[in-house]
Design a protein around this ligand. Structure first.
Ligand code: NAD
Length: 391
């Protein structure tokens, strides 16, 4: 839609038929894009979706933005990326710019994407421009979007520089040119690893503070008064979504491939992964110990406020830990209709304790407080309110 806004005609190619049908019917699958915005683009003939990969033959710019998850060994799984590149390669026209926006380890453009395209194209009198420009999107962020978030671009060679700058300068206010695709790919991993490590630090610090009777939120506020050299992060149930828990593991895998053991990052990931258990313990400690099978209500199961995305949500692990302690667990999230095959309950569900895991608009705590239900707030959004304990 950012490209449409900049005057480009855009074709979205996706291998999921149902998504293509949904989009072409004018129903947006992305929270930050309204149906009205999508419908306007479709009716002006500036956007359509298709499952037909041959449509890329009409494109002068191809951006690849397929998921890059982890496999069962928590290592990079770039099967979807390889599949997408193999799908487009036969149809890439001469002098087309191919950009990788998917998050991946340094070298993915050079060592994976380019060889696949090159193997399916004539060797002579055919030019393809390549660059890496990692996606920087924060779903639900009302301030920072595709247009006003500076965009990193790492062209593969001098010839690719002008096409990639021209494309992103047409849709973004600011474009930052870096010397190689590997720098852009590594920068993306550094950005998200920075968050993972700092979140882990504050999660660990929270446990230290609580154990010694110090209010961690007051400490964070106090440290934040320093005008330089400190940036506040907040504790929570853990990390979720398909970026912060995933991307740093692309970095650790890449480090180990290069003979470096990234101890700090792996330790940070372990600390965050242990938070759901800590939260379960804290919540259950609020309940009368004589209750053998406590009823626990999780409020907000999406991985962050303002979205209905439950991918990698730490509430999954939280629920498992609560259940392993004999608790009956139910949940409510105004933006999530179904989660791991279960449906939400109403806020008047009879419970012994509630855990505010994600601060979603529309979760009214008043009725729970009025019923005398203890609430463990993991979102730092109710400091000082009676009946609510902060993490
Ligand atoms: N969404 C974000 O907030 C965000 C932010 C920064 C970076 N990223 C990165 O962007 C990339 C995409 O993330 P996303 O959240 O948009 O993914 P997503 O899960 O929404 O998937 C995007 C689309 O790709 C389609 N797809 C999967 N395999 C395909 C294939 N082989 N050919 C064609 N289409 C295919 C899926 O059906 C889906 O519609 C990832 O590398 C992610 O790390 C995402």
């Amino acid at each position: 839609m950012a490209a449409v806004d900049a005057g480009w005609t855009v074709i979205g190619v996706d291998n999921l038929e149902a998504k293509v049908v949904q989009i072409n019917s004018g129903s947006s699958p992305v929270e930050d894009i309204s149906d009205a915005q999508l419908q306007a683009a479709i009716s002006k003939g500036m956007y359509k979706a298709t499952t037909d990969f041959s449509a890329v033959s009409q494109a002068s710019v191809i951006t690849i933005c397929v998921p890059t998850p982890l496999n069962e060994k928590s290592e990079p799984d770039i099967t979807l990326l390889r599949g997408a590149v193999t799908g487009i390669a036969p149809f890439v026209a001469n002098e087309t710019l191919v950009v990788s926006e998917s998050t991946s380890y340094p070298g993915t453009l050079r060592d994976v994407i380019i060889p696949i395209v090159a193997s399916l194209k004539p060797k002579d009198s055919f030019t393809t421009y390549f660059a890496s420009a990692p996606e920087r999107v924060d779903p639900g962020n009302a301030i920072w979007n595709q247009k006003n978030t500076p965009r990193l671009v790492g062209p593969i060679n001098v010839d690719s520089r002008e096409p990639v700058l021209a494309f992103y300068q047409s849709i973004c206010d600011s474009v930052v040119l870096v010397s190689t695709p590997e720098v852009a790919e590594a920068a993306k991993l550094l950005e998200n690893t920075f968050r993972l490590v700092n979140i882990a630090l504050i999660n660990e610090f929270t446990q230290l503070s609580f154990a010694s009777g110090i209010n961690v939120h007051e400490v964070i506020a106090a440290a934040s008064s320093k005008p330089y050299g400190f940036m506040p992060f907040r504790p929570g149930v853990g990390v979720g979504g398909h970026c912060i828990p995933v991307d740093p593991l692309y970095l650790t895998w890449w480090g180990r491939e290069n003979g470096i053991i990234p101890e700090l990052i792996e330790s940070a990931a372990a600390i965050n992964n242990a938070m759901p258990k800590y939260v379960a313990d804290r919540a259950l400690s609020l309940i009368d110990a004589r209750i053998k099978n406590p009823r626990v209500l999780i409020l907000g199961v999406a991985y962050k406020p303002g979205v209905g995305d439950v991918r990698e949500t730490p509430s999954s692990s939280l629920r498992v830990h609560l259940q392993s302690r004999g608790a009956q667990v139910a949940w409510n999230d105004p933006l999530v209709p179904i989660w791991e095959g279960t449906r939400p309950v109403e806020l008047d569900w009879d419970c012994d304790v509630a855990i505010l895991a994600t601060s979603q608009a529309g979760i009214n705590l008043e009725s729970l407080i009025a019923r005398g239900i203890r609430i463990l707030d993991c979102t730092n959004s109710n400091a000082g309110r009676k009946g609510i304990s902060s993490l």
